[in-house]
Design a protein around this ligand. Structure first.
Ligand code: SAM
Length: 438
């Protein structure tokens, strides 16, 4: 029996519930065999459910007489998909109920046809009140309690706005390849096609009013534009690459910053990433944009496995992090992260920072960035790094949008603008030099 798109949606949600993989990987895997319109539907259902995760969980528990057995968790996913479509997507009631009832059969639980039918019909009857009611902070904000607490403590003046921003659809932002076309000319080109867009805060950025598919994106295939959030674009602007410099991009895939740096200057870039598969995506981007870099698949924290003892003039470390600044783009972050995973990420970041520092020339620039809004991964990480490395000097960053903190600039996600991002720029002095450079 051919699996329907709704069966695929339930399987993706089920795999997310058991934290088997992340949303994008799961969607890619399931979408492979679907037609274009079904791919779009699968993505809308699964992304939407992640955005409403805790609220849907509460509604589901109100509708089920008793919790489902662990081995029947797929039924919870089926019900959740149905509730989301009926309550948030405005799909046709009869078709949705009957299709999700059929999914019980595809998933080897034909005995649950009546259960799924009854729960979804009950939801249709009580939809307005169930959608209005929210009984906890988790369901109100659709974030786990630990994350609400940590954001509230660290951003007492901004936490509500951050949580709201995390739940909205992000803008689609492009980076114009200045080697191929100026931003002004590209804007004129797409405006002539009736596409609404404006300049973003970063020098090469263009914000589209409405997202477009890659196929519909003017100039993408010919390497005139790439998709990159403007906060991410600020990283290369802050590093300010120069011709002939040796630059290390130590956590480089899929290559957004590597490519932007090469569009800005004729530097020699070593793009390193632990994942060979993800490294391939850098290669694809370089080819599309007509750029070249040295690619290495290795663990940045083990320099003996990849470093040739040639010092770098500048390093960019876009560290693996909690991704709490990009929840609006990756709504499953709220499910995949925990306080425990945060601790292990911080440990990994420390190892990468210390190892990469060894490969930097005296006088070299060291830009640390994350797409996190948690000071534990940002300001505190840099403070501890400066305590360990007396030859590291903090350098002020000029012009980038965000909140000036003692150890770098923190950008919080904003509706029209960029994602949540952190930047800290350090400079390597002779081993015994002290003081902060201006
Ligand atoms: C935030 S992403 C980088 C995004 C990239 N800089 C860009 O602009 O497109 C972090 C990357 O770090 C890589 N990574 C994680 N641990 C690593 C390690 N120990 N050594 C090298 N790369 C690592 C991941 O595979 C991931 O591609």
């Amino acid at each position: 029996m051919k699996k329907s798109v709704r069966a695929h949606a339930a399987e993706v949600i089920n795999a997310l519930q058991s934290q088997q993989s992340n949303l994008d990987v799961l969607i890619r895997k399931h979408a492979k065999i679907l037609v274009e319109s079904d791919k779009k539907l699968l993505k809308s259902i699964c992304y939407g459910i992640c955005r409403e995760w805790f609220h849907l969980e509460e509604i589901e528990s109100q509708l089920l007489d008793k919790p489902l057995k662990a081995r029947d968790q797929i039924l919870s996913s089926i019900v959740r998909c149905g509730i989301y479509e009926l309550g948030w997507m405005g799909s046709k009631e009869h078709a949705v109920v009957s299709e999700y009832v059929d999914v019980t059969v595809t998933e080897g639980r034909p005995w649950a046809r009546g259960l799924v039918n009854a729960v979804l019909r009950q939801f249709i009857r009580k939809k307005s009140e169930l959608k209005m009611e929210r009984h906890s902070a988790q369901t109100l904000w659709n974030h786990p309690q630990w994350l609400i607490d940590i954001i509230k403590i660290n951003w007492p003046e901004h936490w509500e706005k951050v949580l709201v921003e995390n739940n909205v659809h992000p803008p689609m932002t492009l980076r114009v390849n200045r080697r191929r076309q100026s931003r002004d000319d590209y804007l004129a080109r797409i405006k002539a096609l009736g596409i609404e867009a404006e300049k973003g805060s970063a020098v090469d950025s263009v914000r589209l009013s409405q997202p477009l598919t890659l196929q519909a994106l003017e100039g993408f295939e010919e390497g005139v534009v790439s998709i990159q959030d403007e906060s991410s674009q600020w990283a290369s602007i802050i590093l300010n690459p120069q011709n002939n410099e040796r630059i290390l991009d130590a956590c480089a895939a899929p290559g957004g910053k590597t490519c932007h740096l090469l569009e800005m200057a004729d530097s020699h870039i070593t793009a390193l990433d632990i994942s060979e598969k993800r490294l391939f995506r850098i290669k694809e981007n370089l080819v599309r944009l007509g750029l070249r870099a040295e690619l290495i698949a290795a663990d940045a924290s083990h320099i003996e496995s990849w470093w040739d003892q040639q010092y770098f003039d500048a390093i960019i470390l876009d560290l693996p992090c909690s991704a709490t600044g990009v929840i609006r783009r990756n709504p499953d972050v709220r499910l995949m992260r925990s306080e425990t995973s945060l601790r292990s990420l911080i440990g990994m970041q420390t190892m990468i920072l210390d190892a990469a520092w060894e490969t930097l020339n005296v006088g070299g620039r060291f830009l640390v960035t994350t797409c996190s809004i948690l000071p534990q991964e940002n300001q505190l990480q840099i403070k501890k790094f400066l305590d360990r490395h007396t030859d590291a000097q903090l350098t002020s960053i000029v012009g980038a949008p965000g909140i000036n903190t003692e150890f770098g600039i923190q950008h919080l996600p904003t509706h029209a603008g960029g994602d949540g991002f952190f930047y800290s720029l350090l400079f390597k002095s002779e081993p015994d030099h002290g003081g902060v450079s201006a």
